[in-house]
Design a protein. Sequence first.
Length: 626
Amino acid sequence: MRLTKTAVLAAALALSCATITLDAAPANALTLMDIIRGGKKKEPKREALPGVETGTALPGAEARQEAKPLPRVTGPRYYTYKADALKRIATDKLADPVVTSSISADVAPAGDAGIRAAFGNVSARATPDAAKAVEAFYSANRKFLWVEGTGISEKAKAAMAVLADAAAVGLDPADYAVTPPAETFDSADMAKRYGDLASFEISLSAAVATYIEDAVRGRVDPNRISGYHDFKRKEVNLLAALKNVALSGNVKAYLESRSPANADFEALKAELAKLRAETAAEDRVVIAEGTLLKPGQSNPELANIVKGIVKHGSDALKSEHAATLAAYQGTPEYTPELVTLVEAFQKEKGLKPDGIVGNASIRKLTGGDSVEDRIAKLDVALEQARWLPADLGQRHVFINQPAFMVYYYEDGAEKFSMRTVVGSKSHQTYFFEDKIQTVEVNPYWGVPQSIIINEMLPKLRSDPSYLDRMGYEVAVGGRAVPSSSVNWYGSTAGVSVRQPPSGDNALGELKILFPNSHAIYMHDTPSKSFFKRDMRALSHGCVRLAEPRKMAAAVLGVSEADVGKEIASGRNKAIGVKADIPIYVAYFTAWPDKDGKVQYFDDVYGRDDYMRKAFAATSAARGVEG
């Protein structure tokens, strides 16, 4: 089957980025990475892809081999989450610690000595890092953190109160539950009392260490969720933390300070507290499933639609349309005045203001989720927020995939935002952080191996010359060749394909690079109509920008006119970004807007479900009895 030029270009535009890619070598020019590195480098040896016949295809191959099953390149997968098993704390080694020069030479009171001797009989478990920290702390410190005389201290009670309220910051209080010894005891059986106090001392220290670890970096290791998650997990010095607890005069404040202290986290936390205070009898807006209302029609659900605008629209919007709202009597006729009201609501909520009430509008009109659903999203968001730096940076770029939006910040405040297109469910965009390095104008599109194999190879086997006709550049082992001369029944491992800069280039006028192993970047696109859609998970993994010149100008610190001049030159050019600008390619189904109001989004990839499974696996692992 032979494709028309229009069909081929349409396919190229739809395939702007892939979830699994191999860098495509250039035909007769330096690549962007060659430019950045200062010259032409020897091409590294390429490994054949799984399922692809080994051996490099050579130009001039005459035989068209018998058709074999087409190879496939698959993307990352989701894993069955495996949490760390609890580790037994080696309390037998803590009964008689070695006295060092840093420990007071005073002889411990008999009661403390009895408690210390009882350490050897304590059976306690903790996460591996927490267990190690507890062992190290009590090996070097004779004094107790939580026990005073024959009872527990006020400091212990304050710490336990914070642990019991862990749900307020999205953690599970059951992970840190410690039962204190009874206030009354048999003074004739002090050995038992010392044993109870010893167990409490070790257990509370382990719980506090675990809480600090979780508060800083999260309960869940993101890299165990899926291949789409890519984070260097934070390291937490728990021994130093226990020392700080020992020195702290306000252990409550210290423990609470371990969670992120940025405005976004605080907004999520405040929203969680507000929702938990709401009753189950919340006055929700309900609109019948399958409702579709267009201008000029009538629908009995219109009354609920107007109710949704009153409940979820801003005060400014309701003030501007006060006359329309006051005049509405609950009738089903969708009049022009009500269409204007709905369009204003849609615009305020970031939807296409067309007056058509469908699924996306209904989600905004009903608040999207029940209180229970929103709380579940907030728990996930608070956990994932811990994976990111506590300070995102005064100047940064934040992409939120479920919102299909990107936000640019300067001086800690949002300067602008714009619509994006992100990866489809079958070609998902990753969740990671990086730093913006380069803006490339008039870019080449190096077709990823996954697209060559999955999308182009079936066509090339029936029409080997179509890439030549469409203006694509093909190279084998770095040497330019006609597409028609390549044996497309052999291996594609040494074959590269790229599309030169042009008005039809799949990357449009420019791309913004933050080099990463996933070959994800931001770029322009000729497919502007995609930005009019409410659901914009449509790409092969990269992030398409509605206003690429605006973003390029912002990260370069120049005007949009300056960017336009570079593009107008027609030359492929890489421009280095001098400023330190982190970028967060994130995934939050609950996240605050610039005014601090938490917005909720659909879980387009189903990742929240995997997070909840990880929570459950973690709770199960921590619930194992010693």
